[in-house]
Design a protein. Structure first.
Length: 499
């Protein structure tokens, strides 16, 4: 077992028994260690039926299943929390749960609260909505968890092991569900400093308090040595941690790395410079400019706090013939195509197999892989697809410079990251009143740690966005790092005409 290991921290995790909370920094071998811990339990004689791996996203559960298969482990149940709840409901009632789709949910909310944009943020309105579902014998994802929790038999799961990936994303509804599994052994992996889903109700202090109540003896272990990010990247990231747990500083396996910022008088000069920077990183767009050390376009991510910021740079790169990829836009298009296909199956009763044959290659390949993952359980596949998230469908592309929001970049990595729009007001994002400075700090931590080697950031003295004019320059959060300030270039004199 231990011949695979590269650190004493990993060895300690494998040798520890009982409930574990493993706080794993970016690039520290979190998933690898989680899988080795599963392997260690099997080698100790724990039955595969007593080990469950639960995640939040379909994409992650699929990846974990594939990586377990490569280790020769195929009997372990790997699922999302909602997929596990779905199985509990179906096994108990011997029928499919009456689950509404995301589209149907929006329609119900519009009917109940016609003038409200986000009614579920209000506790009373959320109760009214859930009451409506119960009266009409309907379930959404949250109500499915609640219903399934009443079907759990704690004694049955007493000697089970539950691995929970990305524990920092546990929502109040999932915490409520987990209460009924507290007699089993929990092995949680994640990084509190990457908790960026406060808008979904996730709260780190609540998670810590929950574990204190239901798992008071849990051992806290750390993975602190990053094999992915170079030293300068890790040093910068350490400034932006915001966690209720005391966590040792991250370390880097590899020396070097670049942290460099740029401050421009206006957005026009910023765009010109960044186009040239990206051309230089790519080795130039012509053979004369090419360098041996050039990056591929997919080695570069341009991140922004909100999508709107990136639009001018995307246009400028496209004009220069530099390939651009927009994974979030493609995810929306893919989701619409999947929803249309599901409607044909569920409403018009078209056979899924026939629809897949006629579907575009990207849909056919994606859904064929998922069908294999669900071992031909078509009903469960449709259940997941009806509520598939954009995160599940956001894949960086190999054929272009990838533009992503910081939220969408979580879990991804690139050789070089450019944070575009690092002005005060955007970093941290304080243009509207509803913000959490700790979470904004963690978002910057996430942005920095997507970089393996280089992290660049850019800001302007003036930038127009929505109805705001940002004029406070570079965010104070990044002023302690090296940055170069550019002066306004003098205007070229107008040529005097002959007449």
């Amino acid at each position: 077992m231990f011949e695979f290991l590269t650190s004493q921290e990993q060895k300690k995790i494998l040798e520890s028994s009982g409930d574990l909370l493993v706080i794993a920094g970016p690039g520290t071998g979190k998933t690898f260690t989680l899988l080795l811990k599963v392997k260690a339990l099997l080698e100790e004689g724990v039955s595969p039926e007593k080990i469950k791996l639960l995640t939040f996203s379909l994409k992650t559960s699929h990846e974990l299943r594939e990586r377990l298969s490569k280790l020769g482990i195929r009997e372990i149940k790997v699922d999302t929390f909602h997929g596990f709840a779905y199985d509990l409901y179906r096994d108990h009632y011997q029928k499919e749960p009456p689950l509404i789709s995301e589209k149907e949910k929006l329609s119900i909310l519009k009917k109940l609260f016609p003038k409200e944009k986000t009614p579920l943020k209000n506790l009373e309105k959320k109760k009214e909505y859930l009451s409506y579902l119960e009266k009409n014998h309907l379930l959404d994802f949250d109500l499915l968890l609640k219903t399934a929790s009443s079907l759990l038999n704690p004694e049955f799961f007493h000697k089970h092991y539950f691995f929970i990936d990305e524990f920092q994303d546990l929502s109040p509804e999932i915490l409520e569900f987990l209460k009924f599994l507290s007699s089993s052994t929990w092995i949680l992996f994640g990084d509190p400093n990457q908790s960026i889903y406060g808008f979904r109700g996730v709260n780190l202090k609540n998670i810590k308090e929950f574990l204190h109540i239901y798992k008071p003896q849990i051992k806290i272990l750390n993975l602190t040595e990053s094999f992915r990010c170079k030293e300068e990247i890790i040093k910068a990231a350490n400034y932006f941690r915001a966690s209720p747990w005391e966590i040792p500083d991250l370390k880097a396996k590899e020396k070097g790395g670049i942290i460099q910022g740029f401050l421009f008088p206006d957005a026009f000069e910023e765009r010109d410079f960044l186009v040239n920077l990206i051309q230089s990183l790519l080795g130039g767009t012509t053979l004369e400019k090419a360098r041996a050390s050039q990056l591929a376009p997919s080695d570069i991510f341009v991140l922004s706090r909100i999508k709107r910021v990136s639009e001018p740079l995307i246009e400028s790169l496209q004009k220069e013939g530099i390939p651009v990829a927009l994974p979030e836009k493609e995810a929306i298009e893919l989701k619409e195509k999947i929803e249309s296909l599901i409607e044909k199956v569920k409403v018009f009763k078209n056979p899924l197999e026939k629809l897949l044959q006629d579907a575009p290659p990207i849909i056919r390949n994606y859904l064929s892989n998922l069908k294999a993952f669900f071992q031909e359980d078509e009903q469960k596949l449709l259940f997941h697809l009806e509520n598939i998230s954009l995160e599940d469908l956001t894949f960086p592309k190999l054929e272009g410079v990838n533009f992503l929001t910081i939220h969408a970049s979580k879990g991804l990595e690139a050789e070089t990251i450019i944070l575009y729009g690092a002005e005060e007001g955007l970093i941290p994002f304080t243009l509207f009143n509803d913000y959490d400075l700790d979470e904004e700090k963690r978002l910057l931590y996430v942005a920095i740690t997507r970089a393996k080697s280089s992290f660049y950031f850019s800001a302007t003295h003036k930038r127009k966005l929505f109805n705001f004019e940002l004029n406070r320059g570079l965010t104070s959060w990044l002023k302690n790092f090296p940055y170069k300030e550019f002066q306004k270039k003098p205007q070229k004199p107008k040529q005097i005409g002959l007449f």
